[in-house]
Design a protein around this ligand. Structure first.
Ligand code: GH3
Ligand code: MG
Ligand code: MG
Ligand code: MG
Length: 324
């Protein structure tokens, strides 16, 4: 009857541990369980049973209650307190049928209580049920773990998507959406601390010529190099961003108009004197800069427009200059 239950999927015999201070009881039970196809280990002492279970956990434990050294309740308590052993179902077997003792069997963590003398068929059915329940529990835990991992992967993917949505693919700087979020954060900080901050809008001069002369790939390369140069020219707390095309917006935190102008001038010189080697062609570019200190009354668009207008003036004045 039990031959379906007592074989795992892999065909390995299910392991039953029997703990009873009566050798005669052990002998009888062992014989019956082995005939039913289980691998059986027997113990007359609870502490030896625990030691053995720690080394090689059984699938189910049949436990006598009244034993001389430590009683079955205490053995069960110790098993349940052990993370490695707590999920092994313990079935109590006892001649003591007092309801108080039965209840106690469940209170200490027992899975079932079978009165002695037992009917073997019934006992085996109960063992089979506990093994099945344990199997379900294991499968559920595995599913749970799978779900947890899937969730973790999803969280990573969402995080990655979020980063991508605020990052410019070519230069890896913040994109327009990214810099707007950063300006929004800075405005919130400004309302708390009143620290001034500034924006610099800058644009590569005559960039179209680069593309026209050396090709789009070269244009991309210059954009990447300019992005790196901008990034290395500002502090880690500042944010350089690609506003669009060959136009960049820099957010300078805790920086007033004068500070921003000084920095823009520094970057302008740095770029004008840099040489970029594209496939053996030594190229240089200049940039024009529009500087504005944040004005809390005109919103993000108004402030960006101010920087843009300053930049436009710079273009009109002949490029490669700082205006604001
Ligand atoms: P100005 O000094 O007035 O700014 O002149 P400009 O030539 O830089 O400005 P214009 O707006 O006429 O041309 C910008 C050029 O930038 C045209 C466009 O093809 C190029 N561009 C924009 N985005 C990219 C890009 O991602 N890669 C490359 N290679 N070129 C780009
Ligand atoms: Mg006993
Ligand atoms: Mg340009
Ligand atoms: Mg432009």
């Amino acid at each position: 009857m039990g031959t379906n239950n007592n074989l795992g999927l892999t065909g390995i015999k299910r392991k039953v541990m029997i703990v009873d201070d009566s050798k005669f009881n052990l002998y009888l039970l062992k014989d019956m369980m082995e005939k039913a196809g289980y691998e059986v280990r027997t113990f007359t002492s609870g502490s030896q049973a625990i030691t053995s279970a720690e080394k090689d956990p059984p699938d189910v434990i049949l436990m006598d209650i009244i034993m001389p050294e430590i009683d079955g309740y205490e053995v069960c308590r110790r098993l349940k307190a052990n993370d490695l052993l707590k999920d092994i179902p313990v079935i109590f077997l006892s001649a003591n049928t007092d309801p108080f003792n039965r209840v106690k069997a469940f209170e200490v963590g027992g899975a079932d209580y079978v009165p002695k003398p037992y009917n073997f068929e019934e006992l085996e059915a109960r063992v089979g049920l506990q093994l099945k329940l344990r199997q379900y529990q294991i499968e559920l835990e595995e599913k749970n773990e799978e779900l947890r991992q899937t969730l973790e992967q999803l969280e990573h993917a969402v995080q990655r998507l979020r980063e991508m949505s605020v990052t410019d693919h070519l230069t890896q700087l913040a994109n327009r959406r990214g810099i707007i979020e950063k300006i929004q954060n800075e405005i919130a900080r400004y309302h708390r601390s009143k620290h001034k901050f500034s924006l610099i809008m800058c644009d590569i001069d005559h960039f179209k010529r680069i593309n026209d002369t050396y090709g789009h790939e070269c244009g991309d390369y210059i954009l990447e190099r300019i992005a790196a140069l901008l990034k290395s020219s500002v502090r880690a707390v500042d944010s350089p961003a690609r506003w669009g095309g060959e136009e960049f917006l820099l957010l300078l935190v805790e920086t007033n108009y004068r500070g921003a102008r000084v920095l823009a001038e520094k970057i302008r010189t740095k770029i004008a004197s840099a040489q970029f080697d594209f496939k053996g062609n030594l190229l240089s570019v200049t940039m024009t800069f529009g500087v504005t200190e944040f004005d809390d009354h005109i919103g993000i668009d108004g402030n960006v427009a101010n920087a843009d207008q300053a930049l436009y003036k710079g273009k009109e004045r002949g490029r490669n200059c700082v205006v604001g």
